[in-house]
Design a protein around this ligand. Structure first.
Ligand code: ADP
Ligand code: CDP
Length: 222
């Protein structure tokens, strides 16, 4: 069976950066499932769907065509053919994505797309999100739960935003939003953020990126 590496964890623990690097190193495909929930949220906001109304979100979620390009060298995400990789990282989408991701119909649709990406991945895939090991890929070859202290995660996010030239007020607001989003993701009824029973816990607070990447690549090569 093709290799599936399932990586889950809270926001800012390093999932995207680490997963992409592991995939590139091992010649595997890479799937950022958070980008898919963000793309769905972006489409809802662009089409005036009331994202605080789960019924409205459920009715609308079958409409957008969301396509993930899984090349670890340059992952892409489009909605109805439009590149949305920039706008899905903005504060508007970030503030609403947890509400949209809590709607079971949204999850059912995106989980199906995620499994489809794994099926067509030639040599295998590194998939990162909140429920890769628990729900989407229960038979994954390797499961990792990435964590880091809340302070480390907030500091990393802030550093990223600062490098992008985002102002300090927005950075402070996004740090507060990070804690709120983690709480919402962990407490929702459908597929809450959780460590799978058979996942390896890696706390990245005191590790370098290179150490984290090396450790996970070694688990896959075992
Ligand atoms: P997530 O996908 O979990 O939200 P990201 O990969 O988007 O996390 O962001 C993590 C940020 O922290 C990146 O900018 C990454 O370079 C940085 N970082 C610094 N040190 C580490 C480390 N030891 N492990 C993981 N990420 C780290
Ligand atoms: O980049 P960051 O880690 O902050 O978030 P993300 O990975 O882009 O995910 C954005 C949001 O999508 C999360 O806060 C979750 O609400 C949702 N999500 C999810 O529910 N399930 C996944 N497998 C991935 C993301």
């Amino acid at each position: 069976a093709p290799v599936v590496v399932a990586i889950d964890g809270p926001s800012g623990s390093g999932k995207s950066t680490v997963s992409r690097a592991v995939a590139a190193r091992l010649g595997l495909s890479f799937l950022d499932t958070g980008a898919m929930y963000r793309a769905m949220t972006w489409w809802m906001l662009a089409n005036d769907v009331d994202v605080t109304d789960p019924e409205a979100v459920a009715v609308a979620c079958g409409k957008p065509v969301i396509v993930s390009g899984t090349d670890a060298g340059g992952p892409t995400i489009t909605v109805d053919g439009q590149d949305v990789s920039g706008p899905i990282r903005g504060p508007e989408v970030t503030a609403q994505v947890s509400a949209v991701a809590a709607v079971p119909a949204v999850r059912a649709r995106l989980v199906e797309l995620q499994r489809g990406c794994a099926e067509v991945a030639e040599r295998g895939i590194v998939a990162e999100g909140r429920d890769m090991g628990t729900v989407v890929f229960p038979q994954a070859t390797v499961k990792v739960f990435l964590t880091a202290s809340e302070a480390a995660r907030a500091e990393r996010r802030a550093a990223e935003l600062r490098a992008k030239g985002v102002d300090e007020a927005t950075i402070t607001a996004m740090a507060a939003d990070l804690a709120r989003r983690d709480a919402a993701d962990s407490s929702r009824e459908t597929a809450p953020l959780a460590q799978a029973a058979d996942a390896v816990l890696v706390d990245t607070s005191e590790l370098t990126l290179e150490q984290v990447i090396g450790r996970i690549a070694a688990l896959v090569e075992e």
